[in-house]
Design a protein. Structure first.
Length: 121
């Protein structure tokens, strides 16, 4: 499944990691690499990798809490929320090709979200 990320955090490339913070809204796409319990896991693939997407990217510093969404039949579904990055696969270099992005699955917390929204009415 390919999802879209949006955010205004730091940006760069998979070769440089995050380098610039200009508060510009950007979007990227990525495929769900694995699902581990309540987490969606994405891998930042390099150009030429068979799994790379056209707008391949990950979240940068300052994007935490931003959505990973899916558009289906004209409806947008938020399926995950930017949370953390595991840079060990990229030699502990954040934002580089090979890092893993972790997004909690919204569906895993749907009962809590619904109860919280009802309680606030």
């Amino acid at each position: 499944m390919t999802l879209t990320f949006v955010g205004m955090g730091r940006h760069g490339t998979g070769l440089t990691g995050p380098t610039t913070d200009d508060s510009t809204m950007r979007a990227a796409t990525n495929r769900v690499h694995t699902v581990e319990g309540t987490q969606l896991v994405f891998r930042f693939d390099a150009p030429g990798d068979p799994e790379v997407t056209t707008l391949e990217g990950i979240s940068g510093d300052g994007d935490s809490g931003g959505p990973a969404y899916l558009e289906r039949d004209g409806t947008i579904y938020v399926v995950g929320v930017s949370s953390a990055q595991d840079s060990r696969p990229a030699g502990k270099k954040p934002g580089r090709y090979g890092v893993l992005e972790l997004y909690p699955r919204v569906s895993s917390f749907a009962p809590w979200i619904e109860a919280t929204l009802k309680a606030s009415r």
